[in-house]
Write a protein that binds this ligand. Structure first.
Ligand SMILES: NC(=O)c1ccc[n+]([C@@H]2O[C@H](COP(=O)([O-])OP(=O)(O)OC[C@H]3O[C@@H](n4cnc5c(N)ncnc54)[C@H](O)[C@@H]3O)[C@@H](O)[C@H]2O)c1
Ligand SMILES: [Zn+2]
Length: 345
């Protein structure tokens, strides 16, 4: 049975993520990357994938535990989430004679997680992989859920697969080396999770210091993601709620050519744009400012409305929009192009 909140402090929290094909452990523990073998029984070879921005120290910690493991490293950044790098990963896996009993270990942010997961999903029709997320965004939002993908130019995540990991190990200590902008970027997703599902989580951002509450913030965010993913693995219903702030958020990302703002920053602006309830909006604004996240931008409204309708989640002439009724409670609405446009004012 899942342990109650607070068990995590000073210890280990272990949850089981139950998906259609697989049940896998999700471990949260400071320092967990130092003793992975206590949590997972590897009965094959390990193949470690990381990028150049992940501190060397973490790669060494993993390699010390798996001396036989090969390390594949690629240049940090979203631009690496492409076919070319995927092909080099597959070639290196083949060279290392990796077979279905072996494991891919992904160590890094969402870019490493997405491409490694997809490489594992497609190599020999799918091999096992262990995800060790090291950014706040990856720990909060992309480590569980089974979405893996690469980009095609500016078309984000358009080639991918649902492929569940065999274990996810979240070590909050790895966030110490992350720069402040990246750290806050990931927290936008936790603010979102609080708004749609957990008022206690949202209030952690309103009171006290973020760093002091970071374990509980991550724990609560992961519990929400786990609960939603278990109910709706393929995003048919409930999982769509996690897209709160993302319709406009994705539009802002495209408008600025994925250059000026990070994903969480666009989600922050997207949440501010979509929220109708003025009282919640005021509370959200205070939280986002505390996290030094942007709350608005000068993007052209007509162009944003057009981009919202072109988002991949647009269905015929309407689009699913998430609204928050009260903090911790949200619902889905269908909006037309006219509503999208007039909402922008
Ligand atoms: N699969 C999913 O469900 C899902 C969900 C959300 C986002 N994503 C994807 O995640 C990606 C974004 O992830 P991200 O924000 O983690 O970006 P990222 O992976 O590019 O990481 C940001 C930067 O931090 C560096 N880094 C990683 N860990 C570090 C550490 N501990 N200390 C210092 N530097 C570190 C990386 O090298 C990189 O330069 C996008 O491609 C997005 O599409 C996937
Ligand atoms: Zn997101």
């Amino acid at each position: 049975m899942d342990k109650p909140y607070g068990y995590f402090f000073g210890g280990t929290m272990q949850l089981e993520v139950k998906t259609k094909d697989k049940i896998y452990p999700l471990i949260l523990e400071r320092g967990a990357i130092r003793h992975i073998k206590d949590y997972i029984q590897l009965n094959g070879e390990a193949f470690l994938i990381s990028d150049t921005g992940v501190p060397k120290e973490y790669k060494e910690i993993i390699l010390e535990q798996f001396p036989e493991a090969k390390l594949f490293e690629f240049k940090q950044g979203e631009a690496s989430k492409n076919y070319r790098i995927l092909e080099s990963i597959h070639e290196a896996m083949l060279e290392a004679h990796l077979s279905r009993k072996d494991y891919v270990i992904a160590l890094g942010g969402g870019v490493v997680g997405d491409i490694s997961g997809f490489a594992a999903a497609t190599y020999m029709r799918g091999i096992r992989y262990i995800n060790i997320p090291t950014t706040s965004l990856a720990q909060i939002d992309s480590s569980i859920g089974g979405k893996t993908a690469i980009d095609m130019g500016k078309k984000k995540n358009c080639v991918g697969a649902f492929w569940q990991p065999d274990a996810v190990i979240v070590d909050v200590d790895t966030l110490k080396t992350l720069d402040k902008r990246q750290f806050h970027n990931g927290l936008a997703e936790a603010v979102k999770a609080g708004l749609i599902k957990d008022k206690e989580l949202f209030s952690l951002f309103e009171k006290g210091k973020i760093e002091e509450n970071i374990e509980e913030i991550i724990e609560r965010s992961l519990r929400i993601k786990k609960e939603v993913v278990e109910k709706d693995e393929r995003e048919q219903g409930e999982r769509k709620l996690l897209n709160f702030g993302h319709s406009y958020g994705h539009a802002y990302e495209s408008y600025y050519d994925f250059d000026q703002y990070l994903h969480g920053e666009c989600v922050a602006m997207g949440m501010m744009t979509i929220l109708k309830n003025e009282e919640i909006k005021e509370r959200l604004k205070i939280v986002l400012e505390k996290l030094e996240l942007p709350i608005s931008c000068e993007a052209d409204k007509g162009e944003i409305a057009r981009l919202v309708m072109h988002d991949k989640k647009a269905d015929h002439n309407t689009i699913s929009i998430v609204q928050v009724d009260e903090i911790g409670k949200a619902h889905l609405e269908q909006w037309s192009m006219e509503e999208i446009r007039s909402h922008l004012g």
